[in-house]
Design a protein around this ligand. Structure first.
Ligand SMILES: Nc1ncnc2c1ncn2[C@@H]1O[C@H](COP(=O)(O)OP(=O)(O)OP(=O)(O)O)[C@@H](O)[C@H]1O
Length: 341
């Protein structure tokens, strides 16, 4: 694995408006992002996601710690070197940040002009990008005549115009409706797959990281509380903040209120089974139930998939005699994560 971005012990405290210390936006962040992957940073509003993203291209300076991009210490660079580094890092924004007075062509061409490209090279590159992002025929439209999704396509074309190796996406789909979000996520995936660009996606939407990320870090109050491969994190969240994000998204796990209510209705043996491959990609539950003479009802739960692999939870109420229930539960537990509720 070639490491593209590494953060070591990164903390950021904003200057306070008045007396006393300002907000501690980042606390001792360690993160490693590989070349060619899509890395998701998810967390609630105020968790520090944007601040973290902006330390990568030097828009924010950490109070302490180090940010390396391709081994180069971003915050030790002279201004001219930093400008150079930024040519290799594109960025897209929630509100698109297009120049309203310029056409689609003008928006995409501007960073190339600034970088000193010749006019004919710019024309060829912009034409190519307009096709790549699916805006054929719109070259001379102004942003006010474009939909949100089309504006973000321009934003993406502009961000990748000078062939960066990294793209930072700060809530790039948060201003879009669900269908347009899916389309923009697909475009970002093409940027990653076809152009080999490493992408860091900041979002508060679980559905977005689930669709796009290879790996994910969960931020809470300026700290990374959990990180790992996307399926692993969704299927087996270890931190309550992660479980909260996954649970409220997939609505699979029981809240305390659900549990209290369901306990009144189901006072026998109650188990929750993680919706692992073994449980939902085959007839394990019914087979074991038949073998051990047990019946069950699924009282709540859900199964979702990430990269084709299932995750989620099924809450069951079991019916049968104690010995049969013990044997059923014990055998099930050898193949799936089983808890009682
Ligand atoms: N320029 C600033 N000056 C002072 N405090 C700031 C500044 N920018 C952010 N903060 C504070 O730092 C913390 C992290 O903010 P940040 O914008 O990074 O979080 P976020 O997870 O991206 O949230 P959101 O999705 O709401 O933007 C918050 O407490 C915020 O109020």
């Amino acid at each position: 694995m070639t490491e593209r971005i590494r953060l070591t012990g990164v903390s950021k405290r904003y200057a306070s408006a008045g007396r006393g210390p300002g907000a501690l936006a980042l606390h001792d962040i360690d993160l490693s992002i590989a070349a060619g992957e899509i890395y998701g940073l998810i967390g609630r509003s105020g968790a520090g996601k944007s601040t973290l993203l902006r330390t990568i291209n030097g828009l924010e300076t950490p109070t302490s710690g180090q940010v390396l991009v391709d081994g180069v210490d971003v915050h030790a660079l002279a201004p001219r070197e930093l400008r150079e580094l930024r040519h290799g890092i594109g960025m897209v924004f929630q509100q698109f940040n297009l120049w309203g007075s310029r056409t689609v062509y003008g928006n995409i061409a501007t960073p190339l002009k600034v970088a000193g490209w010749k006019d004919d090279a710019i024309a060829a590159r912009v034409g190519e990008l307009i096709d790549f992002v699916g805006l054929g025929g719109k070259a001379f439209a102004r942003p006010r005549h474009l939909s949100g999704g089309q504006k973000q396509r321009v934003g993406i074309a502009r961000a990748i115009a000078s062939r960066p190796s990294i793209l930072l996406a700060d809530e790039a789909t948060s201003a879009l409706d669900p269908q347009t979000t899916v389309e923009i996520v697909e475009l970002l995936r093409s940027v990653n797959r076809e152009l080999g660009i490493t992408i860091v996606v900041v979002t508060h939407e679980m559905d977005v990281v689930k669709r796009i990320a290879d790996r994910v870090a969960i931020l809470s109050e300026g700290a990374v509380v959990e990180s790992g491969e996307i399926h692993q994190v969704l299927a087996h969240p270890r931190h309550p903040v992660t479980a909260g994000l996954v649970g409220s998204y997939a609505r699979t796990s029981l809240s305390d209120a659900d549990r209290a209510e369901l306990h009144e209705r189901f006072d026998g043996r109650r188990i929750a089974v993680a919706a692992d491959d073994a449980v939902v990609d085959g007839p394990l539950l019914t087979r074991l139930a038949r073998t051990h003479g047990v019946d069950f009802a699924i009282v709540q739960g859900g199964v979702a998939r990430v990269k084709g692999r299932p995750y989620g939870q099924l809450s069951l109420a079991l019916y049968g005699d104690d010995g049969a229930l013990d044997r059923f539960t014990a055998e099930l537990a050898t193949q799936a994560e089983v808890t009682s509720w």
